[in-house]
Design a protein. Structure first.
Lengths: 274, 266
């Protein structure tokens, strides 16, 4: 039985500049509950625009010109994201779909403690929680991502890049969303820290059962952590398949080109050639 | 033929409130022209401190750096001619080029300062440099950095490093800020230049896969110490040090991943 979380139908985004740029062209995809979907492609292929677009996080000059996004809530409701009013949308965001932003190392407020930034989430979205409950929830989150509750009074600059990234993941996890969109979450980190974070994302997914849309241009990394991978080029998904099939038998020429731009770590010296 | 020799270099920083931090601990290696050495290690392992010491932006606490058996001059004309021999390509082409100046200016400066060619030939030399890095002189020469893509900018930075006709190039993460689809192009360019001009290249990176592909030898640095040094394939395929093994295990490697699992996510 398939259990779909998000259905994107014929979704298009145009940047209304002169001349207009069709950033996303008629994209359709279904995201399963608990699935990690990788979104790969070079800069400017529309992967970030697509991920932002499905949560209506784009602003002018971006215009959604066609398509619909339906979120199949775990409690049984089907939410058409495009039809939500401003207040409903505000409630929907972060509660159902949260984000780990690109360059998350710099996404935290440098003049507020990480504890107060985590508590902000509850203050806005869970108004009936009192101060003590908010603090307890923030400590719990820091424990879950293994930063440690004792760091609650730390400022971002007192943490390493990897720890800041964990705080961002904690924040995304705060309301137990059903989908997390991660935009290049490990790009600025070195390989050892990156590996730890990826392991943690996998563990948290097992534990909490959320789905992930993971955006990166690092295809080798994506192949290892994704269930399925969508390859994007010039606003279109040129190939969408399981990670293993993308690796073993890529169909599209562009997927092959993308694979061949990575040198092999092991095996015969040379590029990954298919 | 030039030889850069790093001998027993140790660098200790005094950190306020935290005592002393040993950034480099008795580092030894030799780089010949015509050779590429990959320098790998995680953040804070001392990679960039080596680059800073090689360019005399930092002085070692003990030990010395020799270029063709001569120590780095501390100041003055000697230091300038040393830096003419050893040039650096920085990580971020968005920060290393001055947004205020044209590409022509960026390449003219080193030519003038180091008297590389007679003044009348400057223009020809600037065009030659741009062609060396596979840029079309007519389209880029009068542009400013913001009008170029990241890859084009990094090519300009490489051309600038080549202007004084150095023997050694220190490239500190030269492609980590670039998009994957153009990374390979820039690395291939560096490899071509290295072959054609017989440059010695120190390629600093944390990407083991490109280090293996583009280096003759690889040095692995952990907490300021060299823990492994050997030919690229030996270090990556048959790592003997536990830290190197850990680095390798952490690097994405679909080949191994799909060989050991039946697919799906980890």
């Amino acid at each position: 039985m398939t259990d779909t979380l998000l259905s994107v139908r014929d979704f298009s985004v145009v940047y209304d500049v002169d001349p207009p740029v069709e950033a996303v062209k008629h994209v359709s995809l279904e995201l399963q509950r608990g699935e990690i979907l990788g979104l790969a492609g070079e800069s400017g292929c529309g992967k970030t625009t697509l991920a932002y677009g499905v949560q209506r996080l784009l602003k002018a000059p971006a215009v959604i010109t066609s398509g619909s996004v339906v979120f199949h809530d775990a409690d049984g409701d089907d939410v058409n994201v495009g039809e939500l009013g401003a207040e409903q949308m505000r409630r929907f965001r972060w509660d159902k779909i949260s984000m780990v932003f690109q360059g998350a190392m710099n996404a935290l407020n440098p003049v507020a403690t990480i504890g107060s930034q985590l508590e902000d989430v509850f203050e806005v979205h869970r108004p009936d929680m009192n101060r003590r409950e908010r603090r307890a929830a923030a400590v719990e989150l820091l424990e879950i991502v293994k930063v440690g509750g004792q760091r609650i009074r730390s400022f971002p600059h007192e943490l390493s890049g990897g720890m800041r990234q964990r705080v961002m993941i904690a924040m995304a996890l705060a309301l137990r969303p059903q989908l997390m969109v991660m935009d290049e979450p490990t790009t600025a980190l070195d390989v050892l820290v990156q590996r730890e974070i990826l392991r943690q994302i996998s563990q948290l997914r097992e534990e909490f059962g959320f789905s992930v849309i993971f955006i990166t241009h690092d295809l080798p990394l994506l192949l290892e952590i994704s269930d399925r991978i969508a390859i994007m080029r010039e606003g279109e998904i040129v190939e969408l398949d399981t990670a293993e099939r993308i690796w073993r038998s890529p169909q599209d020429e562009y997927t092959k080109t993308l694979l061949s731009s990575f040198p092999r770590l092991t095996g015969e010296k040379g590029m990954v050639v298919r | 033929m030039s030889t850069l020799e790093v001998r027993h270099v140790t660098k200790i920083y005094n950190v306020r409130g935290a005592g002393q931090l040993t950034a480099l601990d008795d580092v030894n290696f030799t780089l010949h022209s015509g050779q590429t050495i990959g320098l790998v290690g995680q953040s804070g392992s001392g990679k960039s401190t080596i680059a800073k010491i090689l360019t005399q932006l930092e002085t070692p606490t003990s030990g010395e750096v020799l270029l063709d058996d001569k120590p780095i001059p501390r100041r003055g004309r000697g230091l300038r001619s040393y830096r003419q021999q050893l040039r650096m390509v920085f990580q971020d082409p968005f920060a290393s080029l001055n947004p205020y100046h044209s590409i022509r200016y960026h390449l003219e400066r080193p030519l003038r300062l180091d008297d590389v060619v007679p003044k009348a030939e400057t223009e020809t030399e600037v065009r030659r440099l741009l062609e060396r890095v596979r840029l079309d002189p007519d389209t880029v020469i009068d542009r400013r950095p913001h009008e170029l893509s990241g890859g084009q900018r990094q090519r300009v930075a490489i051309a600038r490093a080549l202007a004084s006709r150095p023997m050694i190039l220190v490239a500190d993460e030269p492609v980590s800020m670039l998009d994957v689809s153009i990374r390979l192009g820039v690395l291939n360019l560096l490899a071509d230049l290295q072959r054609e001009e017989g440059l010695g290249v120190l390629y600093i990176t944390h990407d083991l896969a490109t280090a293996r592909h583009f280096s003759d030898e690889i040095i692995v640095l952990n907490q300021g110490r060299i823990v492994e040094h050997g030919t690229a394939d030996d270090v990556i395929l048959r790592p003997s040090d536990p830290y190197t093994q850990e680095l390798r295990a952490a690097s994405p490697d679909p080949e191994r991943f799909f060989a050991t699992t039946t697919g799906g996510a980890s």
